[in-house]
Write a protein that binds this ligand. Structure first.
Ligand SMILES: [Fe+2]
Length: 317
């Protein structure tokens, strides 16, 4: 992970490009690329993207604000630190830059030592983010590997993610909740990695002892993901997707409002997907049967009836 950081310097004045590049080289950074306007700058994202951008504002074709907005709006480039360096001195310009997601704002003429301190700090942050992303990749790959071991659950994670996001949109949950459901859909059963394969793949009904072991998977899953800060929002889904509104679920026996709404959603879409897809012991059941089962179970007190209604309303659309 100790690769040479790649730094992109963008300025329409050749003299500034040379000055900044010289400062960076002197500070030991040798992988520097330059661009003299916004359009040219964006071309550097086709291959290996830079780890940091020093960005001028007033440039022909596409200015620095537009470049900043474009990069910060895109999830693939959002975490690349941007330092805006500009002759603009107004507080409004600074606020605008920071609102667009710029990580630093320095006015020309800048102090060289200060600039280099910012560069060091931001590159350190970028490296930490890269490492975190790599750890996240491992966890998601693990979740998909677990799913792939079981031919009956193939595609289940993606489907429940999609259903859950659809339901969240239907009832107007925030983008944060939608993101949590996207991740939670993929990761909700990751704790099954800790469960004996003979139990997981048993075609018939589990014995009470086996079921007790199976019931550990939400807690194990939450343990696996708890140290990754980016997955914090998905933890309630992983831990509580087998809770029921009447308190008869597991692992905590939570009741309706004690169960986070995103976990109540995951419970419904998880069961729905299990009903409509083939199982070792039966074929997948049709939509109407699934609707009846979920409605009966919500009358029994298992699922949140309002969410069940909203879910089928969404599916009918
Ligand atoms: Fe589960």
């Amino acid at each position: 992970m100790n690769k040479e950081p790649k730094i992109l310097v963008v300025d329409d004045e050749q003299q500034n490009l040379e000055l900044l590049s010289a400062y960076l080289e002197k500070a030991g950074y040798n992988n520097i690329v330059t661009a003299s306007n916004g359009i040219e700058a964006l071309k550097h994202f086709d291959g290996t993207p830079p780890d940091l951008i020093l960005l001028d504002v007033m440039m022909p074709k596409m200015n620095g604000f537009e470049v900043c907005k474009k990069l910060k709006d895109d999830s693939r480039t959002r975490l690349i630190p941007i330092v805006i360096i500009t002759a603009l001195r107004d507080v409004e310009d600074k606020i605008r830059a920071l609102d667009l997601g710029a990580d630093e704002f320095l006015s020309k003429p800048f102090n060289r030592a200060e600039l280099m301190a910012r560069v060091r700090a931001l590159l350190k942050m970028k490296l930490l983010n890269d490492n975190l992303e790599a750890a996240e990749d491992v966890i998601f790959t693990l979740a998909r590997t677990i799913e792939a071991r079981d031919r009956y659950t193939e595609g289940h994670c993606e489907r429940v993610s999609d259903f859950a996001i659809g339901l969240a949109k239907e009832i107007g949950l925030s983008e944060n909740d939608q993101k949590a459901l996207k991740n939670g859909g993929i990761l909700h059963d990751i704790g099954k990695i800790a469960i004996d394969e003979a139990i997981l793949n048993k075609p018939g009904k589990l014995t009470p002892e086996e079921f007790e072991k199976m019931k550990l998977h939400p807690v194990k899953g939450a343990e696996i993901c708890k140290n990754l800060k980016t997955l914090t929002d998905a933890l309630p889904i992983i831990r509580s997707h087998h809770e029921r509104c009447d308190g008869s679920g597991y692992p905590d026996g939570l009741k309706k409002d004690e169960i986070p709404v995103i976990a109540r959603i995951m419970a419904i879409v998880d069961v729905y997907d299990a009903i409509i897809t083939d199982r070792p012991y039966r074929k997948g059941l049709p939509f109407d049967t699934a609707a009846n089962i979920l409605k009966t179970e919500s009358q029994k007190g298992w699922w949140d009836p309002e969410l069940v209604d909203a879910f089928f309303k969404m599916l009918k659309k």
